[in-house]
Ligand binder design. Structure first.
Ligand code: WT7
Length: 658
């Protein structure tokens, strides 16, 4: 580091707020701060601005229908098709030859689909799905990695009105089966395998294993041949080669099915506090309007941009901000198949330079890894095409924020730190990059039209400077409509905590803790339920515990999140071995394998601590807070209510000894 740089770093370290650069403000999609008042005064009609970004087959009669709150409906009476909004209208409006998806394979191969190409591919696969017998409202499960056939399949489903349920490719066979069972899904689209760090990974064997545990009959399975000769599989009787199916339907036109605004666009399963994942239901009109609007207002997406969200489409971030939002706006969205450090640690910056990326959106966990690898990697590349940076998924520490600002943005790109959830469909709390001052570490104010407040345990708004629970006190178009086939759980999980049901006043509780400052900026502190956030991915401690307890030799287990330098949080497992079993390397390996089989490698414990007992209250409840303190190396809290306080020191000694 040069002396000059050292001086700059020191100055940055002190700086607590940053103004958006003038060059950005001048061209920003949204730059008038009057938008906050305008949305407040004109609520809920303000959301027509979002709906106006779409083409409707039939206009809606009502913006918000709240008769059956909290089962809200948005843009009722309206009809539209999501794939027509993401494809056909751009083709008709002169963007036929603009790149819609630019795909970068891990091994260096690339594919570009113009809007015209993408429509052609989507129609061919939509025709194929129809031919297989997929009907409107049939749930189609997509278990695929980051290959173009995934967004093609999503849009093909949307075109024929079949909701998709995408299962992250890193999830295990068990996780696939659970999700197909929960959604009664009779169709699966998957692939033979994919590349990770240069190696061909088998995916179809995992899919087949999952299919073996599906409780109903699966009609058809479509298999994309990603690996060619690198991996051969025999296809079972109901399995079809994707390429053959599509070839048989090339050139066919499939009219987009006009869907009611409130018809389901997709389901996305996410972890909760119980072992059973929650099927979050998103609809066609509200979700698409909201993701298009936030892509426009927050990500500042313009049709001529090359925009890159480095998430996986298997999570909500990829649904909303790789596929639906950006394509609805007619921009070029970049998709990268692989890992950020392959073949070298400058892969992301090489791709930014090569593709002249304007907007880059990633997770704090990735930024912390880039920071650890060092500035030599971004320094190898010309990153001057960048105009805006974003982060999502977990709190970003000010040091990582400033590193991102300086070394990736060159001090000239605003950063949007966007708080939202699978359930919210799109961004909720973040700065508008053309308007607001940025404060590293704090997400920002609620977006216009979003009534997010920090409240105490009684539901009263806390004063500036205090912490409490984050709540959302008015509905918004991108909200989940229910949990699939489980209205009761929807009410319990999100609405029972702070609503006044008698008064018909409904408050959404996202289960996050937060702090608010005198400018109304919200700093999200993290989950307050038994959910941990590993590298921006949500994992239920119960799910992991049940996998561990299912391992032979385990009597009892408690899982908590502990601080981790890169991942934000990591999984810590405290395990009591069964009589006759040793808590050693063999049992640890079996536990890790059990977790990988039940959920996937992302849930792999960072540390397995064997102990003869777990700290419990007199009523027998495990004191997780203490286990969390041990995992994060914090000062230990009060142990006086424990039945077995001595065990805490023993466990702490064991963890610290490691
Ligand atoms: C949870 C939602 C939103 C897509 C990715 C994760 C945490 C998300 C932030 C942020 C602090 C954040 C929250 C939230 N979270 N964004 N900018 N700052 N925390 O989606 O799996 O549904 O998880 O991620 O705890 O509740 P998800």
């Amino acid at each position: 580091m040069t002396r000059e740089n050292a001086g700059l770093e020191a100055r940055l370290a002190e700086q607590e707020s940053f103004e958006p650069p003038e060059s950005f403000v001048e061209q920003a999609n949204v730059a008038d701060e009057g938008i906050y008042d305008e949305f407040e005064e004109n609520w809920p009609a303000c959301w027509e601005q979002a709906a106006d970004l779409l083409d409707w087959d039939e206009p809606y009669d009502t913006v918000l229908e709240d008769d059956d709150a909290p089962f809200y409906e948005w843009f009722t009476g309206g009809r539209l098709n999501a794939s027509a909004n993401c494809l056909d209208r751009h083709v008709e409006n002169g963007a036929k030859n603009r790149a819609a998806i630019k795909w970068e394979g891990e091994l260096g191969e690339t594919r570009t689909y113009t809007y015209g190409d993408l429509l052609y591919e989507v129609e061919a696969f939509a025709a194929a799905l129809r031919d297989l017998g997929v009907e409107e409202d049939d749930v189609v499960t997509l278990y695929m990695p980051m290959i173009p056939e995934l967004p093609i399949a999503m849009l093909a489903c949307a075109r024929i009105g079949a909701p998709h349920s995408v299962v992250f490719a890193g999830f295990s066979a068990d996780a696939l089966a659970t999700r197909m069972n929960a959604a009664d899904s009779e169709y699966l689209v998957t692939c033979d395998g994919y590349y990770r760090r240069g190696d061909a990974l088998d995916h179809l064997s995992k899919a087949n294993e999952g299919l073996g545990d599906v409780e109903h009959e699966v009609e058809d399975v479509v298999v994309v041949d990603r690996l060619g000769d690198a991996m051969d599989h025999d296809l079972a009787g109901n399995q079809h080669d994707y390429g053959d199916l599509v070839d048989a339907h090339r050139g066919e036109t499939v009219d987009p099915v006009s869907r009611d605004a409130e018809d389901m666009l997709f389901l996305m399963y996410t972890s909760g506090t119980t072992g059973q994942p929650k099927g979050v239901k998103h609809t066609t009109g509200g979700y698409l309007a909201y993701t298009a609007w936030t892509s426009h207002a927050v990500l500042d997406v313009k049709p001529e941009d090359t925009y890159w969200c480095a998430a996986d489409i298997g999570w909500i971030t990829g649904h909303s901000y790789i596929v639906y939002g950006p394509l609805a706006l007619g921009t070029t969205t970049l998709m990268y198949e692989g890992t950020p450090d392959y073949p070298e640690k400058d892969r992301m910056w090489e791709l930014v330079e090569k593709n002249d990326v304007d907007i880059f959106y990633t997770a704090p966990t990735a930024i912390r890894a880039f920071m650890k690898w060092g500035t030599e990697y971004p320094d190898r590349h010309d990153l001057s095409s960048l105009r805006l940076l974003g982060t999502v998924g977990e709190p970003i520490n000010p040091r990582a924020w400033k590193w991102y600002y300086e070394h990736i943005g060159g001090g000239e790109c605003p950063i949007v730190d966007t708080w939202w959830q699978t359930e919210t469909g799109g961004m909720m709390v973040t700065t508008l990059p053309g308007i607001n001052t940025m404060k590293p570490g704090s997400a920002g104010p609620p977006l216009p039209g979003i009534d997010a407040r920090v409240v105490d345990a009684q539901g009263e708004t806390v004063e500036a400077g205090n912490a409490g629970y984050l709540t959302v006190q008015k509905p918004w178009p991108g909200m989940l409509r229910t949990l699939y086939n489980n209205d009761e759980r929807f009410l319990n999980e999100y609405w029972r905590e702070y609503s006044d049901e008698e008064a018909d006043e409904w408050v959404y509780f996202p289960e996050d803790g937060a702090k608010i400052d005198e400018d109304g900026f919200i700093t999200v502190l993290g989950r307050v339920d038994d959910v941990i956030n590993v590298s921006g991915h949500r994992l239920g401690t119960m799910e992991i515990e049940s996998a561990i307890v299912g391992t032979e030799g385990v009597a009892e287990a408690a899982v908590v999140g502990g601080d981790h330098e890169i991942k934000g949080e990591a999984v810590y497992a405290y395990v009591i071995p069964e009589d006759g079993y040793e808590g050693g390397d063999d049992l640890e390996a079996a536990i890790v394998e059990g977790v990988e089989d039940a959920i996937g490698p992302i849930a792999r414990p960072e540390e397995v601590v064997f102990t003869p007992e777990l700290p419990k209250t007199r009523s027998g409840k495990i004191m997780r807070r203490l286990l969390e303190d041990i995992a994060s190396d914090n000062e230990l809290g009060d142990t006086s209510t424990l039945r077995n306080p001595e065990i805490v020191d023993e466990i702490a000694a064991e963890v610290q000894g490691n």
